[in-house]
Write a protein that binds this ligand. Sequence first.
Ligand SMILES: [Zn+2]
Length: 146
Amino acid sequence: MESQTYDSLPRVPDQWMDIVKAQVAQLWPVVDVPHIRGGGGGAGGGGMLPVSKNKWQHPNPNFGLLTRWKTGFAKGYKTIGDLKTHWAGLGDYVTPNDHSGNEICLKCQLTGECKIGCGRSNSHLACGDDVIAKLHQHLDHCGVPN
Ligand SMILES: [Zn+2]
């Protein structure tokens, strides 16, 4: 007695298997991680991760700052330049420095993203609590709601 079970299934020609094997090889190419430079400073993007051709993402952003920026964004603070416009602190508008004396990239710390080639990429790093407190104070002076 002959079983018809397998005969009801379409047969895969050997040629197809070769094609499938070739495609499988393409699905797992050898990953060659490109070494992307931040440009200018020669310090790469600090601790930032490249997310696209011209954008870095902060690998470890401070969520308190991100949340506050979002709150400010809803109140009309659309760009980092708007902070300067709303500056109400003593003297001229000054961007806070990090421990190394670099001007902190506010865009990076407040939005969690920055452009590749940013001139302040040296500060694209996770901040200590004291620096974060300083950034909150900066936002206070710019009238950003907490
Ligand atoms: Zn930046």
